[in-house]
Design a protein around this ligand. Sequence first.
Ligand code: FPP
Length: 239
Amino acid sequence: MGTETEKHVPRHVAIIMDGNGRWAARHGVERVEGHRKGALAVRQLVENLADTGIEYVTLYAFSTENWKRSKEEVDALMELLCEFIDANLSVMIEKGLRLLATGRIDGLPEKSRDRLKLAIEKTASNTRGTLILALNYGGRAEIVDAARKIASEAAAGTLRPDEIDETLFAKNLYLPEIPDPDLLIRTSGELRLSNFLLWELSYSEIYVTDTLWPDFDKAELEKAIVAYGTRNRRFGGRK
Ligand code: FPP
């Protein structure tokens, strides 16, 4: 990539990894095979991340709404999470990547939660990039959880309502130290936010591709970065 585009690499990219089911249908295989192929696309991203210049990637891996899927599919996704961690922890360590999670993590099955916590601990001091898995994540749930924390402080008398502003609210979200995403990528063509990072995506650029998540490779990521480089971000102001 030339210097001109390098200047405009997004610092934080959030991704709605959609289309695993459609990929499976197109290839005449079970849905879970689509998720498995999707996990391999995540593996590729892990391998390339440090070279792209992107500092943070947040992946929508399991939403608060995904529990509505069949037990078989939910169980397969939770198992896949454990397999993903087992297969990728050493690569993450080798590449200097830190793993974090966002969402109602305590609501995950114990096995997935324990694997996740261990991987987070083992990668905590890595500094070449951060991979954030959104698991049992909902944007509205995150806002409700922040409101509950703030309300309990107010009820305890340690916070006055007039002290609540956007900065204080943001400090009560799940990962307050992570900058907001600069770019949201959604694969498979759907034009929806699907309850992803509702607060944090307020000023993000949106890039939607028809490519299905399992086919989203390094070249697709580069296309998204180049498209981002041409955008003119104004944050509500004028250029
Ligand atoms: C959406 O595709 C994808 C998901 C609900 C799960 C995302 C999971 C992975 C990519 C694999 C596991 C990842 C990790 C990090 C372990 P869909 O099933 O809604 O696809 P469809 O809309 O085509 O049916």
